[in-house]
Design a protein around this ligand. Structure first.
Ligand code: SF4
Ligand code: SF4
Ligand code: FES
Length: 264
């Protein structure tokens, strides 16, 4: 007789063990708790698909029915940054974190929210400060009105190749989570924002606002607050040369500080 496949374990018998730090909100630290779940293993499973399995029947490993876990995701291909969380203590994207790599022998996988941003609930944090800091550093190129301005300045192939790696930022927050200088106690904008200053200042049209961008990182919380620990570059999932960006913006800001008065 053919072996009957159990719906619960997909016939493999393998279960994925998740330990999830939960909390009902930033102002409710007394609700912080660790809950454990065991869900059926699926081939090529990532952490998001494991969370989706829990979602179908939110029940802990010891059978207790609990509120559904709250997490964020969108693109599911490491492009939007929404699913960023701590996975076994390391910050990264849940959609590209493969269960086979994290737990080849069924080890538990521990999930927690990032710690540098206000907690919304469970695994979701509010990264709004990142978007405020993008406004601070003028992280866009201005288009003056809707009338035809004619062709913009041309960018050489070499310039495009130099700028492209800097443009891969998905505002995931990994570099900020890992940065010892970043957090609610400081105004430091962090590596991602400094990198955006470099990206837009290198653009032929963006360079029109080069000085405004530089000045935005010359005050408190600016590039001089970087402690040069280089944690940011270690964790950036897009391998953006953040340390080079910090050094480059730092040099430009120093020049602006020393010689800017000549241009006034
Ligand atoms: S610089 Fe890298 S780590 Fe930082 S927000 Fe952008 S993609 Fe994420
Ligand atoms: S070099 Fe260190 S202090 Fe500076 S932004 Fe990166 S992680 Fe933060
Ligand atoms: S869901 Fe977009 S990066 Fe993971």
């Amino acid at each position: 007789m053919a072996k009957q496949t159990s719906v619960e374990d997909n016939g493999t018998g393998r279960r994925v063990h998740l330990r999830i730090w939960r909390q009902d909100g930033q102002e409710l630290p007394e609700t912080r708790r660790l809950e454990e779940f065991k869900v059926p293993y699926l081939p090529q499973m990532n952490v998001i698909s494991a969370l989706q399995q829990i979602q179908k029947d939110p029940r802990t490993a010891d059978g207790k029915s609990v509120a559904p876990i709250v997490w964020e995701s969108s693109c599911l291909e490491e492009v939007c940054g929404a699913c960023t969380m701590l996975i076994n203590g390391r910050v990264g994207q849940a959609c590209s974190a493969l269960v086979d790599k994290l737990a080849p022998n069924g080890e538990p996988i521990t999930l927690a929210p990032m710690t540098k941003f206000p907690l919304v609930r469970d695994l979701v944090v509010d990264r709004g400060r990142m978007f405020e800091d993008m406004k601070r550093v003028h992280a866009w190129i201005d288009i003056d009105g809707t009338h035809d301005l004619g062709p913009g300045p041309r960018e050489s192939q070499e310039q495009q190749e130099e700028r492209y790696p800097l443009s891969r930022c998905m505002t995931c927050g990994c570099c900020l989570e890992a940065c010892p200088q970043y957090g609610p106690q400081t105004k430091f904008v962090g590596a991602f924002a400094v990198n955006l200053v470099r990206l837009y200042n290198m653009h032929p049209s963006g360079a029109l606002h080069k000085n405004a961008r530089l000045e935005s990182v010359m005050d408190e919380g600016g590039v001089q607050d970087c402690g040069k620990s280089q944690n940011c570059v270690e964790v950036c999932p897009k391998e953006i040369p953040l340390v080079d960006s910090i050094a480059s913006v730092s040099r430009d800001a120093t020049k602006r500080l020393l010689f800017g008065w000549l241009l006034k």
